[in-house]
Design a protein around this ligand. Structure first.
Ligand code: HEM
Ligand SMILES: *[C@@H]1O[C@H](CO)[C@@H](O)[C@H](O)[C@H]1NC(C)=O
Ligand SMILES: *[C@@H]1O[C@H](CO)[C@@H](O)[C@H](O)[C@H]1NC(C)=O
Length: 336
């Protein structure tokens, strides 16, 4: 009798312990989905990186601007809900995607390119690789193909099933933001001031449209005057391209070498000839007295490349969906 009671209580206690352990395990699993890691697809899709690079190389040869489109698209993905491919979702009835957001209006070609990469990847590794990871890899390749650094991309992102038009209009910084606003947006994404200055070096490739730099030429912060921090020689040149009224779509290269990933962007900031107001304000950033970041990056490509790669890894790790979260989209434009 005694022994069966103790047997019973032993069983009861064991069952309670087991239940608690599994609850704890379950909740830690939920609270800590697995981190991104290098080589995530080495078994499930060993050719992945070769495929992405091949399609990207063809695309950049066809139109060098494609490198810039893809790199910017990745930034816009990561800053809205995290790097979850949400920016790639098309509008569906009643559920607007992020494509209609003001900063996302110039990406038609980039979306087609992501589709093309995804098609090739699906052909070889069906239903294995997320659109979010494809965009992360394509961005690294965009940098490499224009002469920038190579880094190993941590992978294992999964795709969001929802997008947020509202956040896309809030979380993506615009060219008229001042330094303190830019710093606080990057901070809110877990990125430091140094990360921000390094990441803005992405503007070493690509172009801006007139409406994004017009205010600097004619009416900086409502003063009805040009930005005093704009070199007068480049001011004249830009006024010819970008008139006070109209011409909103006319483009201007973001630095002297818009197809080459180099330090010219930072050199242009020092000459006060950045195109965007949000770029020129970075010139004053210092890590401490006598530690001007922009001057350092301008004079040392290796340092810039190293910091840029690190910051891209950090940006690429903003709120990813991993483990059992999200899904592997079959078509980057639609949830499964
Ligand atoms: C610091 C905050 C940033 C602001 C305010 C900003 C704003 C802008 C604006 C207004 C344009 C011009 C778009 C157009 O007129 O079509 C642009 C272009 C671009 N941005 Fe940024 N950006 C920022 C950071 C970044 C980051 C972190 C990246 C990537 C890591 C990036 C990558 C690019 C690229 C590659 C282009 C050229 C795109 C093209 O040629 O169409 N930007 N950005
Ligand atoms: C920066 O812009 C924000 C929002 O427009 C404004 O509240 C703030 O006063 C500005 N900061 C500086 C230093 O100009
Ligand atoms: C100049 O900018 C201010 C505010 O930024 C705006 O209210 C004003 O209408 C602008 N003036 C012109 C002539 O564009």
């Amino acid at each position: 009798m005694r022994s069966s009671t103790s047997m019973f209580s032993f069983l009861l206690i064991s069952m309670i312990l087991l239940a608690i352990t599994s609850m704890v395990l379950h909740s830690t699993c939920m609270a800590h989905p697995p981190p991104l890691r290098k080589g995530f697809y080495s078994a499930s899709c060993p050719d992945l990186e070769r495929i992405v690079l091949r399609v990207m190389r063809d695309a950049v040869v066809r139109n060098p601007r494609n490198a810039a489109y893809i790199l910017r698209l990745f930034f816009h993905d990561c800053f809205v809900q995290g790097c979850d491919g949400s920016v790639l979702l098309d509008d569906v009835l009643g559920l607007p995607g992020e494509k209609g957001a003001f900063p996302n209006k110039n990406f038609a070609e980039a979306f087609l390119l992501v589709d093309a990469i995804k098609r090739e990847v699906e052909h070889v590794c069906p239903a294995a690789v997320s659109c979010a990871d494809i965009l992360a890899l394509a961005s690294r390749d965009a940098v490499v193909l224009t002469g920038g650094p190579h880094w190993e991309v941590a992978l294992g992102r999964r795709d969001a099933v929802v997008a947020s038009l509202k956040l896309a209009n809030i979380d993506i910084p615009t060219a008229s933001y001042n330094l303190s606003t830019l710093i606080s947006i990057f901070r809110s994404k877990g990125l430091s001031v140094e990360d921000m200055v390094a990441l803005s070096g992405a503007h070493t490739i690509g172009f801006a449209r007139c409406f994004n730099y017009k205010e600097r030429l004619y009416n900086q912060s409502g003063t009805l005057k040009p930005d005093p921090n704009l070199n007068v020689f480049v001011l004249r040149e830009r006024m010819m391209v970008c008139p006070p009224i109209g011409g909103d779509g006319r483009t201007y290269p973001l630095d002297r070498t818009p197809f080459v990933f180099d330090t010219s962007y930072y050199k242009d900031l020092i000459r006060r000839s950045a195109v965007l107001y949000s770029d020129q304000v970075l010139e004053s950033v210092a890590l401490g007295p006598g530690m001007p970041l922009v001057n350092w990056f301008a004079g040392d490509a290796r340092l810039f490349f190293e910091r840029f790669s690190e910051a891209m890894t950090k940006m690429g790790s903003i709120n990813p969906l991993t483990g059992f979260e999200g899904e592997i989209r079959r078509n980057c434009r639609l949830r499964n």
